[in-house]
Ligand binder design. Sequence first.
Ligand code: SAH
Length: 374
Amino acid sequence: MSTLKDRIIARIKAEGPMSVAEYMGICLLDPKHGYYPTRDPLGSDGDFITAPEISQMFGEVLGLWALQSWTDMGRPERVHLVELGPGRGIMMSDMLRAANLAPDFIKALSVHLIEASAALEAVQAKTLGDISVPVSWVSSLSDVPDGPTIIIGNEYLDCLPIRQFIQQDRFAKAAGWHERVVTLTEDEENLMYAVSAEPISDVMQQSMPAALSDAKTGELLEICPAAYQMLDQIKTRFTASPGRALFIDYGPETTEFGDTLQALKRHEKVDVFSDPGNIDLTARVDFGALGEFAQSLDLTATLPVAQYEFLSKLGIEMRAAALARAKPESKAKIARQLERLTGEAQMGQLFKAVCFQSTGLDLPLGFRSFNEPS
Ligand code: SAH
């Protein structure tokens, strides 16, 4: 049994059941035994693989996206490029290589990385060891100096802890929601789900999305408070200075019910309680809820677009063709990588991009339209 599992069991014995968000947060980020702080989980030898790990083309076209964003912002003399959850630092390294096309942009840049894992921070420092722009690690967005900002996060939102709620009595509407919790099995040796006997608090009831008031009994809803906190911080920042924040992740365009917390180990799905601290836990990103929350903050947002459309508008096919011309022996491999990133049955449709920005900027490259209030 993992040490972290023992510690979680001991804590539930002492303090009672914990929320799914607490469980997810401890499993992923406990400094001593959590998943991210104790390993490099990425790549084909790891537990999961991400777009920048599949191909350099992904980071390169995002570098051009960042360059275009800087241009849209009026080419400010200084611009902060912030990455949330940079993994092994590969995407940033590919972005900066592409941005080298524009020396004025490179000159204006300072890079800030927000990373919760000391182990991955060390890998990022190595990957970005010989780049020419200043790089610093900060613990939150508020530690980034004031000024124009471009924020980017790939597969960052999906690892933020989610809370889960189950509708126990549809006729009670908002008062029918009860939080799902993590508790002990009867023999007190394993973990399992339970539903809190008490309905959620009045304050929580008021913050449940109104559109979901017709949820049927038994329906499960996920909410990611940390994503909302991030949007709050972004709004504050973009009120003071121009900025854009791009998120790419997996999930539906509009809110859907259902339990999406999943655990991965060596590219296979496993039980979420099987090995706390040694398995990756993520949940689908609810782009619909993010858009609604942005509207409530009066933060300009685009409608989400599918990854294939976004990358295609950024010119990824042309980049693939150029790479294949330069390296004819790798042509088939490059075509396979492009298919993994943009194929409908691969990442192309399930993954979405969404952008939040300060008022007054044009529609960002790669998107179709803003998310207008309905
Ligand atoms: N963006 C990278 C890595 C994705 S994995 C890529 O696409 O390859 C998720 C990343 O987010 C890891 O670097 C992980 O350590 C980091 N992370 C997870 N939770 C975080 C949090 N709350 N704050 C900052 N970083 C976090």
